[in-house]
Design a protein around this ligand. Sequence first.
Ligand code: CA
Length: 175
Amino acid sequence: MWSRTTDGFSPGRRQHDEYPTAPANAFTTLSSGQSIGPWKVTRGAVDLIGAGFWRAAEGNQSVDLNATEPGTVAQTFRTTAGQRYTVTYSLAANPAGGPAAKTGSVLIDGQNFQDFSFNSTGKSFANMGYVTREVTFVANGTTTKLGFTSTVAGSYGPVIDDVQVEPCCQCGCSK
Ligand SMILES: [Ca+2]
């Protein structure tokens, strides 16, 4: 249902990715209360990274969860209570500065569902080293709020991209 429609960070190849764009080879800082398509910055500030600044995992854009402070982005979407969902996302980190390990969490309805950490040592804007992460949750109600938050101080945070959410049918069936 939500598959392939959640990457608010890409104006790239897919029609539905026509969200606000950052300037090419630059980035736009968005503070609490501002939006990136269906995503809203709910704490601190994040950087929406434009095409060509560093490599995105999907499309052209990605998000550094730290602007000059840690930030949080979140999106609320319709769910079926009791249904299990799988969230997949691409994770890297801003390699331009320390600390080496950039940390954060996936939030479901404000609760920490998964901690993540990415070590940017040896990575570069051309070789971000994205990895795919997955987390599952069972919806409590007719809407669920999915968030990504940085837990590292400073200007160099975890980078996320290509967020997708799908119902997990019996977990294990091939669909
Ligand atoms: Ca993207």
